[in-house]
Design a protein around this ligand. Sequence first.
Ligand SMILES: Nc1nc2c(c(=O)[nH]1)N[C@H]1C(S)=C(S)[C@@H](COP(=O)(O)OP(=O)(O)OC[C@H]3O[C@@H](n4cnc5c(=O)[nH]c(N)nc54)[C@H](O)[C@@H]3O)O[C@H]1N2
Ligand SMILES: Nc1nc2c(c(=O)[nH]1)N[C@H]1C(S)=C(S)[C@@H](COP(=O)(O)OP(=O)(O)OC[C@H]3O[C@@H](n4cnc5c(=O)[nH]c(N)nc54)[C@H](O)[C@@H]3O)O[C@H]1N2
Ligand code: SF4
Ligand SMILES: [Mo]
Length: 773
Amino acid sequence: MTNSASTSADAMSDRVEASDRIAIRTCPLCEAGCGLEITVRRDAATRTESVVRIRGDMNDVFSRGYICPKGSTLKQLHEDTDRLHQPLVKRDGVHVEVSWDEAWREVDRGLNGVIGAHGRESIGTYLGNPGAHNLSALTFNRVLLTAIGSRQRFSASSVDQVPKQVSAGFMFGTAISVPVPDLDRTDYLLMLGANPYASNGSLATAPDWPGRLEAIRARGGKIVVVDPRRSRSAQEADEWLAVRPGTDALLLAAMITAVFEAERAEPGDHLRGHLNGLEDVHAALAEFTPEAVERVTGIDANTIRRVALELCDAPRAAVYGRIGTTTVSFGTTASWLVDVLNVVTGNLDIEGGAMFPLPVAAGPTTRGRPGTGKGFKTGRGKTRVRGFPEALGEYPAALMAEEITTPGAGQIRAMVVVSGNPVMSTPNSEQLSAALDSLDFMVSVDIYLNETSRHADVILPPPSHLYRSHYDLALLNFGLRSVANYSEPVFELPPGVPDEWEILARLAAIAQGLGPDADPATVDDVTIRSLIDSAVRDESCVIHERSADEIYDALSGVANGSLRGPDRILDLLLRIGPFGDGFGANPGGVSVALLRQHPHGIDYGALRPRIPEVLRTPSGKVELAPPELLADLPRLRASLAADPDALLLVGRRHLRSNNSWMHNIRVLVKGKPRCTLQMHPLDAARLGVTDGAPVRVTSRVGSVVAPVEITDDIRERVVSLPHGFGHGVRGTRLAVAHEVGGVNSNVLTDHEAIDPLSGNAVLNGIPVAVAVA
Ligand SMILES: Nc1nc2c(c(=O)[nH]1)N[C@H]1C(S)=C(S)[C@@H](COP(=O)(O)OP(=O)(O)OC[C@H]3O[C@@H](n4cnc5c(=O)[nH]c(N)nc54)[C@H](O)[C@@H]3O)O[C@H]1N2
Ligand SMILES: Nc1nc2c(c(=O)[nH]1)N[C@H]1C(S)=C(S)[C@@H](COP(=O)(O)OP(=O)(O)OC[C@H]3O[C@@H](n4cnc5c(=O)[nH]c(N)nc54)[C@H](O)[C@@H]3O)O[C@H]1N2
Ligand code: SF4
Ligand SMILES: [Mo]
């Protein structure tokens, strides 16, 4: 009775009225970047506006109405009463609300106290994943890092995609030069360690991956999924190869060897003269025959050969690897071999193969001299405690705790965390949690008081996503089409509430010693000036040798909407990008002003061949056999001796979760508990457990108890636990997530297990023991 009454009341309020206003914006929650149509109603009495409903934008040039269940919950996220509206300061162990002025004074005291006593290297930073979907963070995080001036930089990248960026850097010249599978034109997709039915796709940006995959099969193509679990993506595919966790590099090496052995290695005429190292890679991998790897990969030699030759035979094929290939011990090697396999089967840089995106906003693959560059290096610095080499200007997140707890010069004494929840997301969570407690000072820029920010002395909350403008500056570097979507804020920010970029800019100013009252506008002006200066100095830039003042005025003037902050930086990058208006050089070209007239986005077309222009290697060629990768092959050979019966833990994602931070949205968490340990029936029988029984999972570093879920959708001797759970910790403010609870799988992942080439944590293939609890 009560239920049906409230349902019909909800339905009433959902009904759109003539006076409602429609706002269009891109969903910032995952890499798919779907267009949203948001209906907004004004309450005349209270003079406030609220969201009536959110649905897919049918006119979005890329998503055409597609959304997933998370997209519409921007309304619930906006209205979540646990989301922070005021800064919090920890007093006697309890977080209390304070004014912004007071929070800034506290930050100034804390941060500069530590810098004064221990120097800049004692400040550590951790940048989390939502920053990759956030225009403020994409434009001002770097400013903040520079202002802090410490090399102790960490981020969610080293629990994610760094291996792919390192291999791409070595092979093609920049860490952004990542080939993506041309889903819309391919005839054959070999997909390893990705489950786009849950994740909506990653490092290959396109809305509606499920629809795009189904279209491959509808036009007669084939999909093969390599995964220790029969994921939803594996279920929907033609073939599932149940690989042993962590062995994709061996599997790929054997496929490449099989192609050479069959004398089918034909990169194609289009790559003639653009490749280095084809014979070297052949020789280096020759020992990894299908027979040599079948025992440890669990994939028989005939299947390996057949799939390898199918890739050669298909008119157009693409190999694509994601989380299951990067967050493993051979993450960089597997990422490299994905692209070597694309090359030897003739599928790199052809339509329907693996192609280089052409982003609309200027970026590393479109700036500088086309076809050649400085190339890519790692190891320009080493961690203080164990001398682990840097990659992409960062150190491994797995090593953050030891940098905090190990005494000596350069020990981290303060942390600045921006949109990150490393206590849930990085290895050996309990160790990190204790380390954060030992800091002299910590500040979190976060929307919640959660498992990580509860350790912070000050929490600075940015406004809800609906108050901010948006452009996917990072993810569109991996776009399956050259599209551009700019979103205006849905709601106007109330006076006195800082936007996220202003929080970051003010933090930067404080770290520079400009005091708690520093003006973010000054930081903003210095930032845009330096970006303009570097553009006018770049010989390959369309505004080379133009007057910097003229460009500054063109960007900032009233005629251009008096742009400031992230929007102004975006405008510069759009206008000097491959489709830009070039500040007059290319009339009708793209700019923020043009995108404002096209709220559903502008589509500049499908992927197009880009070799050699895309390359930034010193040789001007694709490096198929980078020495750094060849040097790691003895370690790969040693892995052939691994015990194929060891019990290994892997993760998984659920469509209605988003890493660790959306479990406070009730509509997303209702239903069956998700934080279960999946186990094969034969393993369950050996252990003597029944479905739903609690089991204790123990690794080298930790132990958790979770209910078992018996399913033959997983390989024998493999168990799976999702990450991002384990809520309900004391001192957090997440009422719904608290009820959800679950256990934190990163209590089990080992901070010592790191891919040596990239510093990425090993999150899949963790040796564990399982016992009846
Ligand atoms: N075992 C295991 N661990 C994993 C993974 C795995 O597959 N298995 N996956 C890894 C991957 S791929 C990733 S990317 C990482 C993610 O690692 P993190 O980025 O550290 O973690 P998230 O769970 O994404 O938490 C994001 C934080 O940002 C806050 N937040 C959300 N929106 C905003 C905003 O607009 N502004 C600000 N300032 N804060 C905001 C949230 O409240 C939350 O605290 O986890 C990794 N951890
Ligand atoms: N709904 C939802 N969407 C998300 C996220 C989320 O948390 N929830 N997170 C976002 C983020 S930050 C990212 S990085 C992307 C990730 O996007 P995906 O890479 O698609 O991530 P998953 O869905 O975790 O799929 C990884 C698959 O790898 C398999 N796997 C594990 N170990 C191995 C292995 O050794 N070899 C092979 N071949 N497979 C293995 C797992 O069983 C799993 O099915 O998703 C993004 N989208
Ligand atoms: S797939 Fe879902 S979460 Fe991702 S952008 Fe689209 S609506 Fe948002
Ligand atoms: Mo990620």
